[in-house]
Design a protein around this ligand. Structure first.
Ligand code: ADP
Length: 538
């Protein structure tokens, strides 16, 4: 059919050329925003100048081998100058089912279909008869290498014969459409990219603004302690340090800053200013050589904490005196009550043991309130360590005797030196009572002291149940209890050792242990003979 109506007479070459030039210009000047208007301008131009009744652009929607579904995207009709976009009745046209397989093959090979409708195979006339088209020309549109769809020109005038100039013009027009669609796609992609870049920029700006508007203090401190950034809410912190942005933070805070940076571990500490308390989290950013500080006002929380621990501390102190009396009288009864019969002696012993247990609980309560305040300030005074140990042994002798445990000490003379007698007594009492508690009847508990270099070492050795290897790493953690202790129903709170560790470390010493399950434990701690005490709030 292709050759039927082709004519070599070049009747409107000038007109055709100028139409193509103007169509190209329309697309060149246009933008994404004017895309649709540009399409119709071009269709209208082609229609008017080349005398065409109806022009439409079909876009392929699905393509599977020989199945092609297409639909009219843009349509222009001359007599009413109507411009349609996606006319609803002309969507989802399955060309293969409609008998246009020849068109598919031709288009795929970049060929064109043209001629009088009356000359077309019967199966292909359906589209045009109803529309009264007398001749048509359909040209595929390719976008890059992809067959995008086709453009169809219909003439309703009876004897229209397409000139070769017109056919060339239509082919060129299809090329121009292909190029314009490609440009549109590129522009859309650019637009999308621009939008996403703009979106990212907005997000970055929002994030950047975030700390400034954050009602909680946010600061950035360089590795060497210079304030690099502080939001408005951080003013009280800067005032408490008496610095502004660009200045060095005070030495004590710089030591925390440096420690955090070097260990690459976060640390939280309280800062008090005027009547406010802030919990400040130091968070290192190693790759950038600075530490971020995030603070939160905790004035109320700290007040409630303080009230709780004041209450616990008060009640525990009040309990201690009557408990001491109970222990003292029951001790007296057992030791000197010759007139007591066996039963009565046993009851007195029970009273004594219970008072020991209660004292341990009360001590734990007191210690926990000290821990909760986060403040342990050892009061340094010359004290005799061996004397202190003997007092502790004396307090616990009956307890040991009740379990037929041998409790003795090996304490060569040591000159008095500076430590907090009250706090260290709590540590020794805790270690000895643990040794008795975790040693079965008829065992052995020994306390030894010695001087080693610049320290005094105190050791509490027992022949007890020991600590399973798997539990050893956690033994100084608050509330931690080893499995064997809990399983055997031995009472405890898991607080004594964490308190002991804190006291010993605040006193400038160290605490450690060695233990084998079922074979006993040795808890040791050191105290410096000449302590340099760190009394900083932790
Ligand atoms: P508590 O004895 O009140 O449970 P501690 O903090 O004093 O709390 O001790 C923590 C845990 O360490 C104990 O529960 C126990 O499992 C283990 N432990 C401490 N001392 C000894 C010891 N001398 N022998 C065996 N286990 C011990």
């Amino acid at each position: 059919m292709e050759d039927l109506n082709a004519s070599n007479n070049v009747s409107k070459p000038d007109n055709v050329l100028s139409v193509i030039t103007r169509a190209t210009e329309i697309f060149l000047r246009g933008s994404l925003a004017t895309w649709q208007a540009n399409i119709f301008d071009v269709l209208r131009l082609l229609g008017h100048e080349l005398g065409i009744t109806r022009i439409y652009l079909c876009k392929n929607k699905q393509q599977h081998d020989d199945q092609v579904v297409t639909g009219i995207r843009y349509e222009w009709i001359s007599d009413t100058d109507t411009a349609n976009v996606d006319p609803p009745a002309l969507q989802e046209i399955n060309i293969s089912e409609s008998g246009y397989n020849r068109w598919i093959e031709t288009f795929r090979q970049q060929g064109i279909i043209f001629g009088k409708v009356s000359d077309m195979p019967i199966g292909e006339r359906g589209w045009f008869i109803g529309a009264e088209a007398k001749s048509i020309i359909a040209v595929p549109v390719f976008v890059e290498q992809e067959w995008w769809g086709f453009i169809c020109f219909e003439n309703y005038a009876p004897e229209e014969i397409w000139t070769s100039a017109e056919i060339d013009a239509f082919k060129t027009v299809a090329l121009i459409f292909g190029a314009a669609i490609r440009r549109k796609r590129t522009e859309e992609a650019l637009e999308r990219e621009k939008k996403s870049v703009e979106q990212q920029a907005r997000e970055i700006q929002d994030i950047a603004r975030f700390p400034a508007e954050d009602p909680s203090p946010v600061l950035r401190i360089s590795k060497d302690g210079v304030v690099l950034y502080a939001n408005r809410a951080a003013d009280p912190l800067l005032q408490s340090w008496q610095v502004t942005v660009g200045e060095h933070i005070p030495p004590h805070w710089q030591s925390i800053n440096q420690r955090v940076f070097e260990s690459n571990q976060t640390e939280t500490t309280d800062v008090e200013y005027a009547d406010q308390t802030f919990a400040v989290l130091f968070s290192p950013v190693i790759s950038s050589d600075y530490v971020n500080l995030y603070a939160r006002e905790v004035t109320k929380e700290r007040e409630v904490d303080r009230m709780k621990s004041d209450f616990i501390s008060l009640v525990s102190h009040q309990l201690r005196t009557p408990l001491t009396a109970i222990r003292w009288y029951s001790d007296k009864l057992i030791r000197k009550g010759a007139s007591l019969d066996a039963n009565q002696k046993e009851w007195a012993q029970d009273i004594y043991d219970t008072s020991i247990q209660l004292t341990a609980i009360v001590n734990d309560l007191l210690n926990i309130s000290r821990l909760e305040r986060g403040k342990i300030d050892p009061q340094l005074k010359p004290n005799d360590i061996n004397k202190l140990i003997n007092e502790c042994i004396h307090e616990l002798t009956l307890h040991a005797e009740n379990k037929k445990i041998t409790l003795n000490s090996d304490t060569p003379p040591i000159e008095p030196f500076n430590f907090d007698g009250e706090l260290i007594k709590q540590v020794i009492l805790n270690l000895i009572s643990n040794a008795i508690k975790y040693t079965p009847n008829e065992g052995l508990v020994q306390v030894k002291t010695r001087v080693q270099d610049h320290d005094v070492i105190i050791e509490v050795i027992d022949s007890g149940i020991g600590i399973p290897q798997a539990d050893q790493a956690a033994i100084f953690q608050r509330f931690f209890r080893a499995e064997n202790a809990s399983k055997q129903g031995i009472e405890g709170t898991g607080l004594g050792l964490s308190f002991a560790k804190m006291v010993v470390e605040k006193s400038g010493g160290d605490i450690w242990f060695s233990s084998t399950e079922n074979n006993g434990s040795t808890f040791s701690f050191s105290l410096p003979l000449q302590p340099k005490v760190d009394t900083i709030t932790s």
